[in-house]
Design a protein around this ligand. Structure first.
Ligand code: AMP
Length: 907
């Protein structure tokens, strides 16, 4: 409350009010104004104050302390005695008004005593003091006068206090609100804007309301300390050394994050210690970090003219997670998904030149790499040589010397021949005949004279090139009419050759690679280096001897190539003292093997030819050759497992026959088995060797028991003769490595076959499998199934083992139609995701699912090509997936079979 200056003066002095000194309750002398004209009627005695400046107040309070005599206590008073008085005010700018008319005063209130005092005893009287407070709005003038009107009471005014109320200076939410006068009305709220305290800034406009009784109400908004300061006791204090506060919305100052410091109080950010950095986007709360060290273990997988590079994360990530890799190489190559900003530790490089050395580097960077180094080398590199690849399509075909029947064609070499072009193939057909009948012409040069054409006929020509790696794609079709000299390159606006036609074309002539006979090369070393990688002998660690081959020992060991994981390998070496021919024959196996790339064909890792002994390095097959392996585990596999092995072998054989390779020595001893029970065809030595032999040597060397009659009789080796051998392998597998025709002599075997005898079904062999063997042993080779057909049959058996594999040799071949048991359950408990996880290939989950490979059934058809086309390009991954597919299928089929057996009713 604020007191106002007050002096009382008598309006009509000397009339009634008297200034009297008395003792108060505490016996302290005080001055009072008294009046007590209770005996006379019609009293109106005024006492007024001097001018009181209102000092900005809008409502003033008047506190009056007074005593009032009870009329009853006064002896002999008449009816004129009163027990109240009136309080008046008058607003004025004039501070010295001598005379104010009584009628100008406005009445504030009539004041009565709450308690009157009674004189008990003279000399020992008790004084009862009344205190009354009244308030009134004063807003019109600079000040006012107060007046007291006595109307015939007995009063003593002890004190009059005049004041107004303010809301006192206050700090709320870091905003200062000044001392503020309350409003004019008893219910008014005065809105007051606060101002932010030092080192603070407005968060939301600070406001409060000053209530009529001097209380602050409803604080709104407020301020926050600026960065570098924190709130303490309503003020903003600077952060201490070693602390910081970055943004005004944060709480208190925080300790500097790791690897940073602040040297002065009031830091908004901590500076990084030497050697540590922050990126522009790093928040101040983040520790200071470092650039990463170099990526590790860069590994390359070459696939023809593309390479997959894989590496592991750096040893030191520098305390960050935003690592990105950047691949580098000299020359024009294509990185996918991209060259820099790689998040994954893998990149594919394509459009490489065939047979060319490349060096690739992989660098690691993170958010603080810019302009800083981790001290160590930040990148790793690998040098590799690409493989062979089919040539790119032939372009710019030109025609000349057109007559009614002939034309001369010439063309450019493909942009990327990827090797020595061995020949070109020209395909042509009459346009209106489409490709129902076409002719092929081969030429070693870049031109061809086509003759024997029909006059006035439109022809379509396409040319493709062949290298050791096989055929490239055909050129775009060129149309030409024998009655005109103009060539029309087919464009989208010529409807003659639609896109659909082109698709059909591709389908008819897929760019199948054809096996190249290494003996067509004059220099055997050139052949072997065309198809096999030369390995430095120092990278090979031989561990033990595992077998004896035709040319020398076979050992197992480890191979570590730069930038690759160490792998187990088999090492065949050529024994010392060999003749040139032996060396050539020995290496020819590598030249052949090196052309193949299939999960059921033994994989060539490389050769050692530049130092002795000459070696052939292949993948290591833990379980050795199939016949020995089966003998060791006689009776231990389910039919389904055995069929799974047969499937692998036929899959490999189909690949070989698709490449026009005839094996000539297919037998269980030439199939190798790895730790996953995956069977792979091996031993590619015999194919050529036999051809040079004399009749006598030929018949002693030929594996009579496995060889088709026509091959024995007149050396007619074809995919169909391989099919015969495959039938014998089936028999070997189903009989757990029994020797075909037991101890019969070769001559007796030839005779028995000729007379129409065939091997009987081995014990427990399902009828349908023996039937398939018999089909493979058809005398007329054109009646034997192709490997594609055998593969399809086995796949059907595996998919439906309950109906197909139940009957064994002893029963009659009557079809049984049992409903498959357990099939649906098996599908529902199996999941691609779980399976891929189990073999560490879960990165392909989405790829395989998106392509529709969601059940074991659908996986049966999965090929390497399928995988490449959906983006699974790493050969080792492809192998692993295919190997595991076979495993998965087998174990699940076995499960079904067991369920089925459980549900069988004894006959
Ligand atoms: P070969 O000259 O290919 O018939 O090899 C002779 C023997 O060495 C075979 O019967 C196998 O027992 C063994 N062998 C050959 N190659 C491998 C390999 N890649 N992995 C494991 N064992 C092998």
């Amino acid at each position: 409350c604020m007191a106002l200056d007050l002096r009382l003066s008598q309006v009509r002095t000397g009339v009634a009010w008297e200034e009297v000194s008395i003792m108060d309750e505490k016996n302290i002398p005080i001055r009072t104004y008294q009046v007590c004209n209770v005996m006379e009627p019609s009293q109106s005695n005024w006492l007024r104050t001097d001018w009181i400046p209102r000092s900005g107040a809008q409502r003033i309070y008047v506190e009056i302390k007074f005593t009032l005599r009870d009329c009853n206590s006064l002896p002999g008073v008449t009816g004129t005695c009163k027990e109240t008085f009136n309080l008046y005010y008058y607003e004025s700018n004039n501070d010295r008004e001598h005379y104010i008319r009584e009628s100008n005063f406005l009445k504030i209130d009539t004041v009565a005593a709450d308690e009157s005092f009674t004189q008990v005893d003279i000399g020992d009287r008790i004084m009862k003091l009344n205190t009354e407070v009244r308030n009134v709005k004063v807003t019109t003038r600079k000040g006012f006068y107060l007046a007291f009107q006595d109307v015939g009471a007995c009063i003593a005014l002890i004190s009059v206090r005049v004041f107004y109320k303010t809301c006192p200076l206050s700090i709320r939410n870091l905003a200062t609100f000044p001392d503020t006068n309350t409003g004019a009305d008893t219910s008014s709220l005065v809105e007051v804007k606060g101002s932010c305290v030092n080192q603070s800034e407005e968060r939301e406009e600070p406001k409060m309301y000053c209530g009529a009784d001097g209380e602050w109400l409803v604080p709104i908004g407020g301020c926050v300390c600026i960065p570098g300061y924190e709130e303490k006791g309503g003020a903003c204090q600077a952060c201490k050394v070693g602390f910081y506060r970055a943004v005004s919305t944060d709480g208190a100052c925080s300790e500097c994050p790791p690897h940073s410091h602040s040297e002065k109080a009031g830091a908004t950010v901590c500076d990084c210690n030497p050697g540590y950095y922050r990126s522009e986007t790093d928040p101040a709360s983040m520790p200071c970090t470092q650039p990463p060290s170099a990526p590790q273990q860069l590994i390359s997988e070459v696939n023809e003219t593309s390479v997959v590079l894989e590496w592991s994360a750096p040893l030191r990530l520098g305390g960050r997670t935003d690592i990105r890799y950047k691949a580098g190489s000299l020359g024009d190559v294509l990185f996918s998904p991209q060259q820099s900003g790689l998040g994954a530790t893998r990149v594919c490089v394509s459009e490489l030149q065939a047979h060319t050395r490349y060096t690739f580097t992989i660098g690691a960077r993170n958010g603080v790499s810019q302009g800083h180094t981790a001290g160590a080398r930040e990148s790793v590199s690998v040098t590799l040589t690409t493989n062979q690849a089919a040539p790119s399509p032939v372009t710019s075909i030109q025609a000349s010397d057109v007559t009614r029947h002939d034309v001369s064609l010439a063309w450019q070499q493909p942009a990327r021949p990827n090797g020595v072009i061995l020949e070109y193939e020209v395909k042509y057909y009459e346009k209106n005949q489409k490709e129902r009948s076409y002719r092929i012409m081969k030429t070693a040069s870049r031109s061809a004279d086509i003759t024997g054409l029909n006059p006035l006929t439109v022809y379509v020509f396409q040319v493709r090139a062949r290298t050791a790696a096989g055929y490239g794609e055909f050129s775009a079709p060129f149309e030409f009419s024998t009655n005109s000299v103009t060539f029309l390159p087919t464009s989208p606006c010529t409807p003659s050759t639609s896109k659909q036609d082109l698709e059909e074309e591709k389908h008819l002539n897929p760019g199948v690679r054809i096996y190249v006979d290494p003996f067509t090369y004059e220099d055997p070393d050139q052949a072997v280096h065309e198809f096999a990688k030369e390995i430095d002998a120092s990278n090979i660690h031989i561990e033990k001897v595992i077998g004896i081959g035709e040319f020398g020992e076979v050992c197992s060991g480890r191979l570590r190539l730069q930038g690759k994981r160490e792998i187990y390998v088999a090492i065949k070496s050529l024994k010392a003292g060999y003749a040139d021919k032996q060396r050539r024959d020995f290496l020819s196996e590598a030249s052949i093997m090196g052309q193949f790339d299939h999960p059921n064909i033994i994989r060539l890792e490389g050769v050692v030819t530049r130092c002795k002994p000459v070696m052939i390095i292949t993948e290591y097959m833990e379980n050795g050759s199939l016949n020995t392996f089966l003998r060791k585990h006689d009776g231990q596999f389910t039919v389904i497992q055995l069929v799974g092995m047969l499937r692998g072998i036929v899959s490999g054989m189909k690949y070989l026959s698709d490449m026009s390779y005839v094996h000539r020595d297919l037998a269980a001893r030439n199939i190798l088995v790895n730790s996953n029970l995956v069977c792979k065809v091996s031993d590619f030595g015999l194919s050529r060797v036999l051809e040079d032999e004399s009749e006598a040597a030929y018949t002693t060397q030929i594996p009579i028991r496995w060889t088709a009659p026509e091959a024995i009789a007149y050396r007619k080796f074809t995919p169909a003769s391989d099919t015969w051998s495959y039938g014998v392998v089936m028999w070997e597998v189903m009989s757990y490595g029994e020797r075909p025709y037991w101890d019969m002599s070769n001559q007796d075997v030839i005779k028995a076959i000729d007379e129409g005898y065939r091997l009987p079904p081995p014990m427990d062999c399902p009828v349908c499998l023996h039937q398939l063997m018999l089909d493979c042993w058809q005398r007329d080779r054109i009646h034997r199934p192709s490997f594609t057909q055998i593969l399809n049959i086995l796949d059907k058996l595996i998919r439906n083992p309950t109906t197909t594999l139940r009957r064994t040799g002893g029963e009659r071949p009557v079809p049984t139609l049992l409903e498959p048991v357990g099939g649906p359950e098996f599908v529902s408990v199996w999941s691609v995701e779980y399976w891929l996880q189990a073999i560490g290939m879960d990165m392909y989950k989405d790829t395989l699912t998106a392509a529709g490979y969601t059940s074991p059934d659908s996986l049966l058809t999965l090929t390497q090509q399928d995988m490449a086309s959906i983006g699974i390009v790493t050969p080792s991954h492809q192998d692993q997936i295919l190997a595991s597919v076979q495993q998965v299928l087998l174990s699940h089929m076995q499960q079904i079979q067991e369920q089925m057996q459980d549900s069988m009713v004894p006959v």
